[in-house]
Design a protein around this ligand. Structure first.
Ligand code: HEM
Length: 501
């Protein structure tokens, strides 16, 4: 009996202890870590007390612990009771936590189990697929059994968010949005992007000169660049417009809302006001001749019935979701240039000619590969088998994009930051796909590219130094993205001009 007791209690103790001893858990989730540490101490105290004073009590604890461990095991290994061809891997709570704290978690699992494996993201059961060619085939061949995995806010949008729309409605709106966010529309806002970028980077440099280290948190400056660019491209609003100021005020409620929850009252009020402002702006643009080219005017040009309520809500949520993507990419670019400063010099002296990507484009592509692009999610709505693996209904599929972009057979020395790889060869979309593919591929490639280009073009006119940084961080949700360290500080030493606030 004693051996059984020791074994059961030791397994339980080890399960908590591995997380308490994991430094990444402590760094990224200090509160959860403290809770686990307290739980471990309490647990050890209970075991020690019962061992000393109550053998029957210890036996009861052992039985209860054994049952709890059995429940975890049964959940972690559903193939034990399903008996079908589920992919290898465990749905374990420890793995669920490690996926949040270790960037190489999925890569490590793929090494151990092969390119298709299962894991848990808290209560969700997930099948992970590494390898874009395999993932393309899966999504293409099982298109009717897989759906985009929606965030809850989509239910509050008239007609749903483009990314999660039902197929028929998506067929109607997707082409409209491709054109409304297409290159000509984005280029019409390029002057605004260049102007706001010059202003904000000058401010960043000036604000840095007032600090002892010269280092400034770049987030607020980058956010203003991205927000102003989106406002011009989507709605034709510029910062001198009174309506733009009203828009920015009203937007705060929606910006503050966390999208994993249904819209709060504040966010709903904000959304209602934003809809009114966009309607007013649409009306104003209709009366203006010639009206500036922007998503609103482009939608109306393609179809006189546009922009309808679905289109307006989608533009507002594109703003809410996609600005964060671009701000994050700009942070990753600064982080990458901080660690690889020779690329600043390469951008300055760029001699690229012809059709191949210039140095700025190569740097952006490599930053997307090494840092920004992570995954796509789909939900299995109908059970099926693919390549010998069972995909049960209700499970999630995670296409591991970042991990696929680390394949040494495709990307020589994948761990190295080497933008020139994009000069040496063309990658097909089944090798390199930072913006997705197929009907749901990203509509924002042109806008992302124009903003990154504006920022990098302006940045290299300064002496740039990343004066502080740290390891990347991750939120507590599995669909959060890795972000560069919040400690990131940048110093720009300016060519002398006076910034305008
Ligand atoms: C760093 C920047 C960005 C990255 C890495 C990115 C990535 C992606 C990816 C991977 C998808 C496919 C999602 C899926 O298949 O489930 C997607 C879809 C989408 N993206 Fe982006 N995106 C970025 C910026 C933008 C911007 C700037 C906009 C708009 C201005 C935008 C608008 C959209 C829309 C509307 C979709 C859904 C398209 C559809 O379902 O028809 N994205 N994006």
């Amino acid at each position: 009996v004693t051996i059984v007791e020791v074994a059961v209690l030791a397994v339980a103790t080890t399960s908590i202890a591995v997380l308490v001893l994991d430094r990444s858990v402590r760094r990224l989730f200090p509160r959860a870590w403290a809770g686990l540490a307290v739980a471990l101490i309490v647990w050890l105290a209970v075991v020690a007390t019962l061992t000393a004073v109550s053998r029957p009590g210890l036996a009861v604890l052992t039985v209860a612990t054994a049952l709890a461990l059995a429940a975890v095991l049964v959940r972690a290994r559903p193939e034990i009771w399903r008996g079908r061809a589920l992919p290898p891997g465990a749905l374990s709570p420890i793995g669920s936590m490690r996926a949040l704290t270790r960037r190489d978690f999925y890569l490590e699992q793929a090494r151990r189990h092969g390119p298709v494996f299962k894991m848990a993201q808290y209560r969700h059961k997930v099948i992970c697929v590494v390898g874009l060619e395999r993932a393309h085939r899966l999504i293409r061949e099982r298109s009717t059994s897989l759906r985009s995995s929606p965030l809850p806010f989509t239910h509050e949008i008239a007609g749903g968010f483009l990314r999660y729309m039902d197929t028929d409605r998506h067929r109607l709106y997707a082409p409209l949005f491709r054109r409304a966010l297409g290159r000509p529309v984005v280029m019409a806002g390029a002057d605004v992007t260049a102007e706001v970028t010059a202003r904000e980077l000058a401010l960043l440099a000036a604000d840095g000169s007032a600090t002892p280290t010269g280092g400034v948190r770049p987030g607020p400056y980058l956010e203003r660049i991205v927000f102003a660019s989106f406002l011009r491209v989507l709605f034709g609003l510029e910062r001198t417009d009174a309506l733009a100021a009203r828009f920015s005020d009203a937007y705060r409620g929606l910006a503050a809302h966390q999208l994993e929850a249904s819209l709060s009252r504040g966010a709903q009020a904000s959304l209602a006001e934003l809809r009114e402002i966009v309607a007013a702006q649409g009306e104003r643009l209709r009366r203006t001749s010639p009206a500036p080219l922007c998503s609103l005017t482009e939608l109306a040009r393609i179809d006189a019935a546009q922009p309808d309520a679905v289109a307006v809500d989608n533009l507002l949520f594109v703003l809410r979701l996609s600005t964060a993507n671009v701000v994050s990419l700009l942070h990753w670019l600064l982080d990458a240039l901080g660690r690889n400063p020779e690329w600043l010099e390469r951008m300055r002296g760029d001699q690229t000619t012809g059709n191949e990507p210039d140095v700025i484009e190569r740097v952006v592509m490599e930053t997307l590969r090494t840092a920004q692009s992570e995954y796509l999610f789909r939900t299995v709505v109908e059970e099926f088998e693919h390549d010998g693996s069972l995909y049960p209904r209700g499970w999630q599929v995670r296409v591991c994009v970042w991990e696929s972009h680390q394949d040494p057979a495709v990307f020589e020395r994948p761990e190295q930051f080497c933008p020139d790889r994009f000069q040496r060869r063309d990658y097909s979309s089944s090798e390199y796909s930072p913006f997705g593919w197929g009907p749901h591929a990203c509509n924002g490639v042109a806008l992302t590219s124009i903003i990154c280009r504006a920022v990098l073009t302006e940045l290299v006119t300064y002496d740039v130094e990343v004066v502080a940084g740290g390891p990347p961080i991750h939120g507590a949700r599995h669909w959060n993205h890795w972000q560069p360290s919040p400690e990131l500080r940048v110093r720009l030493t300016a060519p002398a001009t006076t910034p305008v606030r």
